[in-house]
Design a protein around this ligand. Structure first.
Ligand code: ADP
Length: 475
């Protein structure tokens, strides 16, 4: 269907109009220029022939000159000059010789304005429509001068039929060229428009499908122009959207799953407390279980909130000394480690280590690493937290002599809800979100995380952060 509001039809019509307009302008000027040129050339030819003829007859143009001789002379000049007629008149305007023998003007006065002008010493020129032939005719009259006196006039006339024919041919040619150019422009613009709008229509269709929830849309890209770039960006956007949506679904399913277990335990405990008569000690035990499950739920919700805040990117930016934060945490945690028979060591450089970001989030990340080390290290082992500064970054490392992580699990431990030993993690109150929080926090601060581990020997978790070097003199 032809819709003028579509780019395709607009492009085609604009192209066509532009080509036709250009051709019309060019044609008009060409027509004017050529017409003018041909008429000027004819006029010059006639005047030059008239002057030549005048010079030739000036000596012989006497009153008793032989009209037959003059007429045949006029005929000769007519042939040489391509004129339609050549007439010689005397100084009174009476015809002395005419190239038209039969029905000519011999002996008559030639009543023409051009002749009068020539007798007055000018060159008379006019363009007229011949009543007899119905054709356009050019008439020229040139004075014949003998001993500085006007003794007569050469009158020449020529038909413009030839010029008219050339001009008609030229116009026909221009018209056909315009038609051809319009056809080429029309076909070209349809082809071009299709090239442009084809991918756009595909894009619109794919976007429509995405709006309906079919997110796995990809369109074929063959060009490298702006539209090709747009299509590639669209493909990338669709891919990302698809990936994130799938992730979100997975995450929601995981959250539901994680919530289900403690909620089921809670429900069971509450039902037991409600439905059964119990000894006070047994009742106390149930209440403690209830308390424990509640703590787990609260920890899970806290971690989820933490993650969602990280994704929202709403962290407050402040500048602080990371060394001081680690020292503080070390002091707070030392007694906890002590109680479980684990030695907490540290290796911290002196001086300020300034970073910028969220103090609260980074402290939480560090806290998670120390918490894991505490959970997975048996009594008698040790945990060491160290800091180092290197080329504009600061590194933080937490080493332990704990259970270690199997090689096949190591690449996944930063994923949400990933736990090597699900039962053990749950027992120790783990949510499976601790390392995911560490990774998201560090990456949101422009840093990187990593882990190395050997089963049965221990693990090392580390991350780097860019130093805030404002106000530091580098010399
Ligand atoms: P969790 O709350 O279960 O500790 P994390 O995301 O903090 O969740 O850790 C994910 C899993 O990585 C843990 O369940 C555990 O299997 C493993 N892990 C983390 N830290 C250590 C560590 N220091 N030693 C051994 N395993 C660890």
């Amino acid at each position: 269907m032809f819709r003028f509001r579509s780019i395709r039809s607009r492009l085609t019509v604009t192209f066509l109009l532009a080509v036709v307009a250009v051709m019309l302008i060019v044609g008009f000027f060409l027509d004017q220029l050529l017409g003018h040129y041909y008429i000027k050339t004819l006029q010059e030819n006639l005047v030059r022939s008239g002057e030549l003829a005048g010079q030739f007859v000036s000596a012989h143009l006497q009153e008793d000159a032989d009209p037959v001789w003059l007429s045949s002379l006029a005929q000769n000049f007519k042939r040489q000059s391509n004129a339609a007629r050549v007439i010689f008149v005397d100084k009174k305007g009476v015809v002395l010789g005419d190239s038209v023998r039969v029905g000519g003007y011999l002996g008559q006065r030639l009543e023409r304005d051009e002749v009068d002008e020539a007798l007055a010493g000018e060159t008379g020129i006019s363009l007229q429509l011949s009543e007899r032939s119905g054709q356009k005719v050019m008439q020229t009259a040139v004075p014949i001068i003998h001993e500085e006196e006007i003794i007569g006039v050469v009158f020449l006339s020529a038909s413009l039929q030839e010029i008219d024919k050339i001009m008609t041919d030229t116009r026909r040619f221009l018209f056909l060229t315009t038609l051809f150019a319009a056809a080429v422009a029309g076909v070209g613009s349809i082809f071009l428009a299709r090239r442009f709008t084809g991918p756009l229509e595909l894009l619109a269709e794919a976007a429509g499908s995405m709006a309906e929830g079919k997110l796995d849309q990809q369109i074929e890209v063959s060009s490298s122009d702006e539209i090709g770039r747009l299509a590639r960006r669209f493909n990338h956007m669709a891919e990302q959207l698809n990936y994130h949506t799938k992730n979100l679904h997975k995450f929601v399913a995981n959250v539901a799953h994680e919530l289900r277990t403690p909620l089921a335990s809670l429900s069971l405990i509450i039902k037991s407390l409600k439905d059964y008569q119990m000894e006070p000690e047994q009742r106390q035990e149930f209440l403690e279980d209830l308390d424990h499950e509640m703590d787990r739920l609260i920890a899970l919700v806290k971690d989820l909130l933490e993650l969602s805040a990280l994704e929202g990117g709403a962290a407050r930016l402040e500048r602080f000394d990371l060394g001081e934060m680690v020292r503080d945490l070390y002091q707070q945690a030392a007694s906890n480690f002590d109680r479980q028979g684990i030695k907490l060591l540290s290796e911290l450089p002196a001086g300020e280590i300034m970073v910028s970001g969220s103090w609260l989030q980074l402290r939480q990340a560090l806290h998670n690493l120390l918490d894991n080390a505490l959970d997975f290290t048996p009594p008698g082992g040790w945990v060491k937290v160290s800091l180092w500064v290197e080329e504009g970054t600061v590194g933080v490392k937490v080493e332990d002599t704990g259970s270690g992580i199997p090689e096949e699990d190591l690449p996944f431990i930063f994923k949400r809800f990933y736990r090597v030993d699900r039962a053990r993690s749950r027992e120790s109150g783990g949510t499976g979100l601790g390392l995911a929080i560490v990774q998201e926090t560090v990456e949101a601060h422009g840093g990187k995380v990593g882990a190395e581990s050997e089963e049965g020997i221990g693990s090392t978790f580390y991350f780097t952060l860019p130093l805030d070097q404002r106000g530091v003199n580098n010399t």
